[in-house]
Ligand binder design. Structure first.
Ligand SMILES: [Zn+2]
Length: 243
């Protein structure tokens, strides 16, 4: 079993040196406690390999949680990221850096609830660092659980294209916690961005679209991701080299 030095990995993969917090600076979990068991060794192994970065936007956030989001909800998003990390590790794809961003409420007007078209407009109006995949959290997605692009453009300033994934926090009845469901949803939508199609199986992260309407079904059993799906993801321009 290989061992990894936190200090070396933080420096070579994340550019983090000096005095740092493992949870905040190595995992990127900035929103307070996370109710998940974390294995530092596994995490270092995952982020050192081929990996993506995520730029996560809270749409309508204000400092001190004075906007549309509560600290509990921000922590659910944090759990969702950790779930995505676990799901992607099956396919050998890491989630290395998290760039947290927020859109203040006065600039987020009209984006509290979005449909497919508004999701595209949102990703045209706002863009994060180009080496991360943009993931926008809105309070409500009116016509699905989330939207993405079936093969996201490498240049996020590309016009007329949805250049990110747009999600809501889900807490449907067949899930044990909103973090789990949202994590599966995040892995699913970012999976689309990384060129994956619906899998034709409800137990796969990429779910099933049995009625062919383009909206896939997933539930709390949609947790598998295969090596061949991982190999497909690794061809995306958003995959960062090992570090
Ligand atoms: Zn889908």
């Amino acid at each position: 079993m290989p061992t990894y030095s936190v200090r070396n990995t933080a420096s070579s993969c994340l550019g983090v040196t000096g005095n740092f917090s493992v949870k905040r600076d190595v995992y990127g979990y900035i929103w307070g406690p996370i109710d998940r068991e974390l294995s530092v060794r596994k995490h270092l192994q995952r982020i050192k390999g081929k990996a993506i970065n995520l730029c996560i936007f809270l749409v309508g956030h204000e400092p001190g949680f004075a906007g549309w989001w509560s600290q509990n909800e921000a922590q659910s998003i944090q759990i969702a990221v950790d779930v995505t990390r676990e799901l992607y590790s099956q396919a050998g794809v890491g989630v290395r850096r998290l760039f947290w961003r927020y859109i203040p409420t006065d600039e987020a007007t009209g984006y509290w609830s979005v449909d497919a078209g508004e999701a595209t407009e949102l990703t045209e109006d706002f863009t994060g660092p180009n080496n991360g995949i943009d993931v926008f959290f809105v309070k409500n997605v009116s016509d699905a659980g989330g939207w993405s692009n079936s093969s996201g453009p490498c240049d996020k300033d590309e016009k007329g294209e949805r250049t990110g994934a747009v999600l809501e926090l889900t807490s449907t009845d067949d899930c044990t916690g909103s973090g789990l469901c949202t994590g599966i949803l995040m892995a699913h939508e970012v999976g689309h961005y990384l060129t994956l199609k619906h899998a034709g199986s409800l137990t796969n992260v990429m779910g099933d679209d049995s009625d062919g309407d383009g909206i896939g079904s997933i539930n709390n059993t949609s947790v598998n991701l295969t090596t061949s799906q991982g190999n497909k993801m690794k061809k995306s321009c958003f995959i960062r080299p090992s570090c």
